[in-house]
Ligand binder design. Structure first.
Ligand SMILES: [Zn+2]
Length: 275
């Protein structure tokens, strides 16, 4: 009986395809896709829906609609919170840019970070940077892992300082925008223990002699921290108070470079200062 019905449905679909063209046929037969994903951002859409931007492990950055997600009782629960790690099912629509999100299951909860104002500021910065630099539909396994690692550490340690520095530094590195940290870009003199200088508008780090007006320093401690970031996983680096200045210096430089390459100001930067 079930088989007969299935066959009948298929037959009627075939008929319909012939009658209304190939495009609608593809739309009808488009299967649901499934991917592990990180929710990057959501916006209210109409009275009941949400527009969701997510980074799928196998899809890249995609935007879609979660129908009914703004209703009091909805099937998404807390899965659409910013930077939630979820399993997501969605359907692509041939003629529209937005996919339709069918279901989201929470794989990992970052409830502590999401519900704390100070910590959620750190999450917002990660979300904004990811939105800004990730091209749509381009799979990026390194960025996927980086975001997840940074968010996990914010949740685990209850502090965004080190995770956000690490995230910003690696975003610049993966983007291919990181200058050499050991010698001056102009005269090639090694920095040794002296500070290096940078600004967002010129590539490379400068020595004390070649530096230009308005450039900011990156001290040896911050460059050493960059070295650790390159070689050690974030969750193996223990954050100690004296690291705070270096973490900040490195983060500020990385955020400057990100803004420069994305040609946009990061709105969350001011919020970071206030928490
Ligand atoms: Zn120089």
């Amino acid at each position: 009986m079930v088989i007969t019905i299935a066959l009948r449905v298929r037959a009627s679909r075939m008929k319909c395809c012939k009658s209304s063209g190939a495009a609608s046929a593809r739309r009808l037969l488009m299967p649901a896709r499934e991917t592990e994903a990180i929710i990057l951002k959501t916006f209210p859409l109409g009275e009941a829906d949400r527009l969701v931007s997510f980074l799928g492990r196998t899809s890249g950055r995609v935007r879609g609609v979660a129908s009914g997600a703004r209703r009091l009782k909805n099937r998404y629960g807390s899965t659409l919170e910013v930077l939630s790690h979820v399993q997501l099912w969605y359907v692509e629509r041939e003629t529209r840019e937005l996919v339709r999100i069918q279901q989201a299951d929470l794989l990992e909860s970052f409830h502590k970070a999401q519900s704390d104002y100070g910590l959620s500021t750190g999450l917002a910065a990660i979300s904004e940077i990811s939105e800004l630099i990730l091209p749509e539909h381009e799979v990026s396994e390194p960025m996927f892992r980086l975001i997840l690692l940074a968010v996990r550490e914010i949740e685990r340690t209850g502090d965004w300082n080190l995770p956000l520095s690490y995230f910003a530094f690696w975003t610049v590195r993966l983007g291919g925008w990181l200058p050499r940290f050991d010698r001056c870009v102009v005269c090639e003199t090694p920095f040794g223990s002296k500070p290096a200088f940078y600004d967002a508008h010129q590539p490379g780090l400068f020595c004390e002699k070649c530096r230009r007006p308005g450039m900011k320093p990156i001290h040896i401690e911050a460059r050493n921290l960059a070295e650790r970031f390159t070689g050690e996983r974030l969750d193996r680096i223990e954050y100690q108070k004296p690291m705070q200045a270096s973490a900040r210096e490195l983060r500020e430089a990385a955020l400057d470079w990100i803004e420069h390459h994305a040609e946009r100001r990061l709105l969350t930067r001011e919020l970071l200062e206030s928490t």
